[in-house]
Each structure stands twice: as structure tokens, then as C-alpha cells.
Design a protein around this ligand. Structure first.
Ligand SMILES: CC(C)(COP(=O)(O)OP(=O)(O)OC[C@H]1O[C@@H](n2cnc3c(N)ncnc32)[C@H](O)[C@@H]1OP(=O)(O)O)[C@@H](O)C(=O)NCCC(=O)NCCS
Length: 198
């Protein structure tokens, strides 16, 4: 891979972009998580382990190291120069040319298609620049809002991992959604109308 993923910046629209993590994002990210801790803890296991500003700084340093090694592509959602979430690859496997997308978004910014639109650009980038062959999204079965993203983008539900995640004192089933490069290319050839792959 010739890409330096710590230089990653992907313009989604005029005021929306995905940007590689930098330490200068730490305070904004900490404030965001702190303000919505209970909400995010319901869906994201790492939130419980991220309690202080220095935890966030450590997370960013680790993310930069994984980006540098090409094992992940952590990126933040930047809306009008404000960090409002994250959308990237929580796993990249260049040997098998596949990756797993992960995302979260500050609650007041939900319902506007920011993640769906970011994913469209990210998927285009991954299939063309990273030369991936397959993209997965793994989602807790009861996370209907999150499942809306791959469904809207034409991913195929490929299976259910039963009781695969221990979160908030119980096991959760996890669903796997998959997208192949050939499928994405075909979908882009078809006009699916507004809000769909364009
Ligand atoms: C999962 C999560 C990112 C989804 O957020 P979201 O805002 O619903 O997703 P999008 O930004 O793609 O927006 C889609 C919504 O905007 C609407 N929308 C408006 N304009 C749109 C557009 N141009 N394109 C697509 N959708 C649009 C859609 O109809 C949809 O709303 P609906 O669910 O009421 O139908 C968010 O709920 C979240 O952060 N949850 C907590 C963390 C989490 O669960 N992360 C995922 C772990 S797998």
C-alpha cells in the first residue's frame, strides 16, 4: 500500500470531510464522549475504557500507529471544522484485501445522512485507492439505526454471530453485512435514485 493513512483526508461534500486523527482533536473528542457517555456506552464497548483526556490522547496515538501500519484507518467526521464522530476502518487486512468499517456520530447530528454519505466516499476510496476486494460491517442485532447504514448502501446480510459480544452485562448477537467490489461497481452503474449510491 502506497498510502500514508495518517495524511488521510477525504472530502465528502463542501462542509463534510473525514480526517486522520491528530492529538489536537483530543479535547474536542473527549468533550463529545463525556457529554454523551451513557448513550455511547450502550453501543460501543471502548467508551467504558475511555474515561479521561489522557485515555483519549492514548487512543489517538494508538490509532496513528495502526494507521501507519496499515492495520486500520481511523478517521474522524469533520463537519464545518468540528469533530462530530468517526467513520473509518476498524480493521484492514491488506493480505486478503478486506476491511471492516466502523462509525459513530454525535446524537444531535444524526438523521441527516452524514454517516451514509461518508461511507459512500470511504467505500469508493477503499475499492479504488486501497484496492480492497471486500468490506464488512459488524453490528449488534438490536442496533437498528446502525443496521440502516449498510442496508441503505446495498450491503448483503451474510450471517449472525450468536451471543458474540458481552456488553452492558449481557451477550448480544452480532450481524455481519458484506459488500464486494464487483457488487459496488454494478450498483454504481444503476441509478438508484436520491439518497442511494451515486
Ligand atoms: C449508527 C449511527 C452512526 C447512525 O447514525 P444516523 O444519523 O442514523 O446515520 P446517517 O448519518 O447515515 O443518517 C441516516 C438517517 O438520516 C436520514 N437521511 C437524511 N438525509 C439523508 C441522506 N442524504 N442520505 C442518507 N440518509 C439520509 C435517513 O433517512 C436516516 O434516518 P432514519 O434512520 O430516521 O431513516 C448513530 O446512530 C450512532 O452513532 N449510534 C451510536 C454508536 C453506534 O451504534 N455505532 C455503530 C456501531 S456498529
Amino acid at each position: 500500500m502506497n498510502q500514508d493513512l495518517n495524511q488521510f483526508r477525504l472530502q465528502v461534500s463542501n462542509d463534510l470531510s473525514l480526517v486522520a486523527p491528530q492529538l489536537l482533536h483530543a479535547k474536542a473528542l473527549y468533550d463529545l464522549i463525556q457529554g454523551q457517555r451513557l448513550y455511547f456506552e450502550a453501543w460501543l464497548s471502548w467508551v467504558e475504557r475511555t474515561k479521561t483526556l489522557s485515555d483519549v490522547r492514548r487512543f489517538i496515538r494508538e490509532a496513528q500507529a495502526f494507521n501507519e501500519g496499515g492495520q486500520r484507518l481511523t478517521a474522524f467526521v469533520n463537519l464545518q471544522n468540528q469533530i462530530v464522530g468517526s467513520c473509518g476502518f476498524t480493521r484492514l487486512n491488506m493480505r486478503h484485501k478486506k476491511g471492516e468499517i466502523g462509525y459513530w456520530l454525535s446524537e444531535p447530528y444524526q438523521g441527516r445522512g452524514l454517516i451514509t454519505r461518508s461511507c459512500i466516499k470511504l467505500i469508493d476510496f477503499a475499492f479504488s485507492e486501497l484496492e480492497l476486494h471486500r468490506i464488512e460491517i459488524r453490528i449488534l442485532s438490536d442496533n437498528e439505526k446502525s443496521k440502516g447504514v449498510p442496508i441503505r448502501l446495498g450491503f448483503q446480510k451474510e450471517g449472525v454471530l450468536r451471543q458474540a459480544i458481552w456488553l452492558n452485562n449481557r451477550y448480544h448477537d452480532m450481524e455481519i453485512f458484506g459488500l464486494l467490489e464487483s457488487q459496488w461497481t454494478n450498483m454504481k452503474k444503476v441509478d438508484l435514485g436520491e439518497g442511494a449510491v451515486s
